[in-house]
Ligand binder design. Structure first.
Ligand SMILES: Nc1ncnc2c1ncn2[C@@H]1O[C@H](COP(=O)(O)OP(=O)(O)OP(=O)(O)O)[C@@H](O)[C@H]1O
Length: 265
């Protein structure tokens, strides 16, 4: 459950200076429980694509579907994690995590049970009664991820979730997300500007180009990760040192650099 399909998707924005073709002919299949990272230059339409899957916006041509059902509005099968943590400042960690469960009509006993489990899984149990302002950025983002995961969505949509974190916290969160995603797999669409992050986390990486926004190429990371046993390394830096990792990272960098060069030319 949770297979995403972009079928010949386009998006045109109308404006005072005429219309802008933000996306054109986007075809993308993300399999059930696959972790797909999306990278590309600023303005290539990454967020627009994610908003379609979330049901916040609609393509002007083509269709976006989840499990063969066209997406026309948000739904409990899809949860979104943004760069800005968007926690309710007047609610505790527990209260923030509980909110979505309440909105989905989950009964009290089950709510409590699910909250306890996700707090433990995300190492948040001792912070359950803290308020967001008492937490570091990394902790706040951990709460945002817990809030999304607790809903048990088929699809997790993440838009630069670690973009606002400092470099060390970001690494810790990447390692945690890998652990979570391997233990509790979901279909994930993960937007990032950080190429290493994409290679470390994803099963496949989609590289986008701009003007108009489109998918330029898709790289398979999982086959290399499995063949080279990346998951046996606990620390991200040990994976990043591997020749197979460096090779994939360089390949994506080259692809992105070509885009930049065409932009400047
Ligand atoms: N509401 C809107 N009205 C007009 N143009 C828009 C609107 N939203 C997005 N765009 C345009 O669509 C294009 C794609 O935007 P989008 O935010 O999806 O790109 P992005 O790849 O996520 O960029 P970034 O990496 O900078 O976040 C851009 O040219 C942007 O200016």
């Amino acid at each position: 459950m949770g297979a995403i399909r972009f079928d010949n998707v386009g998006r045109v924005y109308g404006g005072k200076q005429g219309s802008v073709e933000a996306l054109k002919g986007v075809h993308l299949d993300i399999a059930d429980k696959e972790f797909m990272a999306v990278v590309g230059p600023s303005g290539c339409g990454k967020t627009t694509c994610l908003r379609f899957v979330a049901g916040f916006d609609q393509p002007t041509s083509g269709t976006v579907s989840v499990d063969d059902v066209r997406v026309t509005s948000p739904g409990p099968d899809r949860a979104v994690v943004f760069q800005q943590f968007a926690l309710m400042p007047w609610k505790t960690v527990r209260g923030n995590i509980e909110l979505g469960l309440r909105n989905n009509g989950i009964a009290r006993a089950e709510r409590d049970d699910r909250i306890e489990r996700i707090l433990a899984l995300m190492n948040l149990t001792s912070y359950a009664d803290a308020f967001p302002h008492q937490l570091s950025g990394g902790m706040q983002q951990r709460v945002s991820i817990a809030r999304a995961y607790v809903l048990d969505p088929d699809v997790l949509l993440m838009d630069e979730p670690f973009g606002a974190l400092d470099a060390q916290t970001r690494v810790v969160m990447q390692e945690e997300l890998v652990r979570l995603a391997r233990r509790n797999p979901r279909t994930v669409m993960f937007i990032t500007h950080a190429v290493e992050e994409a290679v470390y986390l994803a099963d496949r990486v989609a590289v986008m180009a701009r003007q108009p926004g489109r998918i330029k190429e898709i790289l398979d990371i999982r086959s290399v990760r499995e063949a080279e046993r990346w998951d046996e390394h606990e620390k991200i830096e040990d994976v990043m040192d591997l020749e197979s990792f460096v090779h994939l990272r360089t390949q994506i960098w080259r692809s992105l650099r070509q885009e930049k060069a065409m932009e400047i030319a």
